[in-house]
Design a protein around this ligand. Structure first.
Ligand code: HEM
Length: 399
């Protein structure tokens, strides 16, 4: 590894593209903090797809310990923390609500939520992250689920609290308070689901899909599983991740001279712009796997039980897959990126992400004939090492 570089320290990953480049060249499987750190696209690809050799593990292994150990039943684990056969069944429950066809039906809600946020923008200048990126995905999920106001208004804060419980750099007292609020929200969502079940009135399409889900034997998933699927897999999985994509996307579009006007004039370029954003600044930088038996990756022998950290953001900058990889180029030939990983755990929310980002960007392009980064705007990454997105983005608006 590079002396002093630790990818689990927020400050080290702020702008680590050069370090990752050196690691891909000189030390593609490093060892840091007791984990194997995998940076090349070829290895990330192989490990992500080989679910027989590499199993899932806790999203942030150190933090469960930090919070005093938390042995959870499968029903309380996030989908991405489970292996087959449990994973297959749980994934089906969630995936039915998020297919490409299903999300097309959500477009009117997505457009309405996006337009309402733009209506509230001040006339000349706005912090796009606070006024749009953070609110948009949270409100879309809350609306699609039909949450009552007292739960809907806490979706954003819930995502922040989840992050605090996963971030090893958050102080213990802050993490403990966040955990208490998180558990309270989980409990209230569970009560809401029980209530909906009892009175048979399903308020929103996302919950409808979950409540209609059946296991292979025809039984319903447990109440705890439905609560986890909703709060962890949909709310947490789909909020900050998408917010970071939106912040990155606008930052990138406004950083290339003339690009805003170019895509404004030709909207067929919007989907490729979103995909290139996901590649160039991946909102989720890492994921973890555990070796289920002894295995060799490249020249490195990895013993059974080892934890591997897959650097998705690094794989997305690997020159071997993406020539001139540091360049943001919406006309790139290969947009088959790693932002959603590969294999059976590929992000189940990807269809929703795409429709939200494409719709959101089109709404902005419709509304403003011009937009520019404010002169003092600087890209400062959020503190959680796991994610990449700007904390704020001050932009100037031309109606
Ligand atoms: C830009 C936004 C997003 C990014 C970059 C992203 C990234 C990812 C990645 C990299 C994985 C794979 C993790 C692994 O292999 O261990 C994943 C899985 C997952 N994502 Fe997303 N995600 C995004 C948005 C969403 C949304 C909108 C939802 C739901 C509404 C969602 C729900 C999930 C779930 C449930 C999994 C676990 C899938 C499985 O294990 O089968 N994500 N996501």
């Amino acid at each position: 590894m590079i002396e002093g570089y630790n990818p689990m320290r927020g400050a080290d990953v702020d702008d680590d593209f050069e370090q990752l480049h050196v690691l891909r060249e000189t030390c593609p499987i490093g060892f840091v903090d007791g984990m194997y750190f995998v940076t090349r696209a070829e290895d990330v690809d192989r490990i992500g797809r080989d679910f027989k050799t590499f199993g899932q593990c806790s999203f942030a292994p150190t933090v469960d310990e930090k919070l005093g150990g938390n042995p959870r039943s499968d029903d309380l684990k996030q989908l991405g923390e489970t292996d087959r056969p449990v994973h297959t069944e749980f994934r089906r429950h969630i995936a039915s609500a998020l297919t490409n066809t299903a999300v097309q039906n959500y477009k009117p809600v997505i457009e309405r939520v996006g337009a309402a946020l733009l209506d509230a923008f001040p006339p000349d200048e706005v912090d796009f992250v606070a006024a749009f990126a953070l609110e948009f995905p949270a409100r879309v999920i809350a609306e699609l689920a039909g949450l009552p106001l007292q739960l809907a208004s806490r979706v954003r804060a819930y995502a922040t609290d989840m992050t605090s419980t996963l971030d090893p750099e958050v102080a213990d007292e802050v993490a403990t308070e966040a955990k208490a609020r998180r558990d309270q929200f989980d409990q209230e969502v569970l009560e809401f689901i029980l209530d909906v079940r009892a009175n048979g009135q399903v308020p929103g399409v996302l919950l409808h899909h979950l409540l209609e889900a059946r296991n292979a034997d025809g039984s319903s998933p447990s109440d705890a599983r439905l609560m986890t699927a909703f709060t962890k897999d949909l709310v947490f999985g789909g909020t900050d991740t998408t917010a970071h994509l939106l912040g990155n996307l606008l930052y990138q579009v406004l950083s290339v001279p003339g690009l805003y006007q170019e895509i404004r004039a030709d909207r067929s370029l919007v989907p490729a712009t979103v995909e290139e954003s996901l590649r160039h600044l991946s909102p989720v930088s890492f994921t973890h796997r555990m070796a289920l038996h002894d295995v060799k990756v490249g020249d490195t022998e990895i013993p059974r039980g080892s934890v591997l950290m897959l650097a998705l953001g690094s794989a997305n900058r690997d020159e071997a897959r993406f020539p001139d990889s540091d360049r943001f180029d919406i006309r790139r030939k290969n947009l088959n990126h790693f932002a959603f990983n590969k294999g059976i755990h590929l992000c189940v929310g990807a269809p929703l992400v795409r429709i939200e980002a494409i719709t959101g960007l089109n709404l902005i392009l419709d509304r403003y004939t011009g937009m520019a980064l404010a002169p003092d705007a600087a890209y400062k990454r959020v503190s959680f090492y796991f994610m990449r997105g700007p904390r704020s983005l001050q932009v100037r608006l031309t109606p």
